[in-house]
Design a protein around this ligand. Structure first.
Ligand SMILES: C[S@@+](CC[C@H](N)C(=O)[O-])C[C@H]1O[C@@H](n2cnc3c(N)ncnc32)[C@H](O)[C@@H]1O
Length: 365
């Protein structure tokens, strides 16, 4: 077991996880298998049960473990460990910090926070998930973690925190978190162009509220007011079956296609410059593609990592021109990484349950 976890930490380092000695010690000491005691869904859709062949080996891979599904939709999971490491490192948490976590899930992230000496209040909207997280934390002997069942929008009224970490995708930041969390930061995956880049947000409940980008990510979507529609929301991701046939309308512009991180940088900029940028599964292509979706939701133009454009539907020509404009603009700006953007958030959503959403972007000088 010690060996499995030692190799796990090495794997996280190889995957670029920024592990301080304290974080490395946390990943090396917290038994992840205790937090997935009811098993998880394998990639082929079958359920992996504890004690079966390969169970522990998979638990100590740098992989998301889906622990609850509704039909075919994952509704709870233990996130990808290298992403957890990046988010925990952005949280800049030290022993004695009081941390609010939204999305208790399995309880594993809360256990890691506890291992670095934080005092944690973790909230999950699903009561059965909160119960299981609480039980797992007890079995693992984790101290100073309180799990609450409820909608994380309200945070933990009456409590004060030094930091907040959100482990579910939201459209905007709750003013309650800003009120309960000193100067911050709040580390939170916020919808942008069909994905959830993780932001480090600072501000007060009445504003101003600003943010920087930590890293790309794709989280499951939160329930309740945290995902309210707002004026600047991009279209939701589109499944392959809803798109018209797409054909190449502009050739590759780069001999060397963008690597996955550069592609996410272009994607982020496209979301700043185009209100209809989102994620689409193109028929016949693996993975997800940056797409400027037309108003019918069935056509538009997709931008591929080599800079070529594929388009379809009635507005294919217009959308191709807009895609090329995005590419020209990104090149002209010297291909800014997503971390170069400075974001101003505005109050939006339902007036009774407002959220602070990204509204204006500027490139750092
Ligand atoms: C990716 S999982 C969290 C992973 C978790 N931190 C861990 O270490 O296992 C996302 C969780 O967010 C919860 N969730 C969704 N909407 C929520 C909301 N509005 N408030 C609180 N939790 C929410 C889901 O029930 C789900 O368990």
């Amino acid at each position: 077991m010690t060996d499995l976890r030692r190799r796990f930490v090495e794997q996280l380092r190889r995957h670029g996880a920024p592990l301080t000695p304290e974080l490395a010690a946390a990943f090396a000491s917290v038994p992840r298998e205790i937090f997935v005691a009811d098993g998880f869904q394998r990639r082929d859709g079958t359920w992996a049960e504890p004690g079966t062949a390969g169970f522990l080996e998979t638990v100590y891979q740098d992989e998301v473990l889906v622990t609850k599904v509704h039909g075919r939709t994952p509704v709870s999971s233990s996130s990808q460990p290298s992403l957890m490491a990046v988010m925990l490192s952005a949280l800049d948490v030290s022993a004695g910090h009081r941390v609010l976590e939204i999305g208790a899930g399995t309880g594993y992230n809360a256990a890691l926070l506890s291992a670095v000496g934080a005092e944690v209040t973790s909230i999950d909207v699903q009561a059965d998930v909160a119960d299981r997280a609480r039980a797992a934390l007890t079995r693992a002997g984790v101290e100073k973690v309180r799990v609450i069942a409820g909608d994380g929008y309200a945070g933990a009224p009456g409590q004060r925190f030094d930091r907040a970490i959100v482990t579910v995708g939201v459209a905007g930041v709750s003013p309650h978190w800003l009120q309960q969390t000193g100067p911050g930061p709040i580390v939170v995956p916020v919808e942008h162009a069909g994905t959830h880049p993780v932001l480090a947000v600072r501000g007060t409940m009445d504003g101003p509220v600003t943010a920087t980008v930590v890293c790309p990510s794709g989280f499951m979507t939160a329930a309740g007011p945290l995902t309210a529609q707002h004026a600047r929301a991009h279209p939701h991701p589109v499944p392959a079956e809803s798109l018209a046939t797409f054909a190449e309308t502009a050739p590759a512009r780069w001999e060397q296609p963008l690597d996955p991180y550069e592609y996410r940088d272009l994607w982020y900029a496209a979301g700043v410059w185009h209100t209809r940028a989102t994620q689409a599964a193109l028929p016949g292509r693996d993975g997800s593609t940056l797409t400027l979706l037309d108003e019918t939701g069935t056509g538009g133009a997709a931008i591929l990592p080599d800079g070529s454009v594929m388009a379809g539907g009635g507005g294919a020509q217009r959308y191709t021109a807009e895609a090329v404009e995005v590419l020209d603009r990104w090149d002209a700006a010297n291909r800014p990484p997503m971390q170069a953007w400075r974001i101003t958030l505005e109050r939006a959503g339902d007036p009774d349950t407002p959220i602070w959403c990204p509204a204006a972007w500027e490139l750092a000088r």
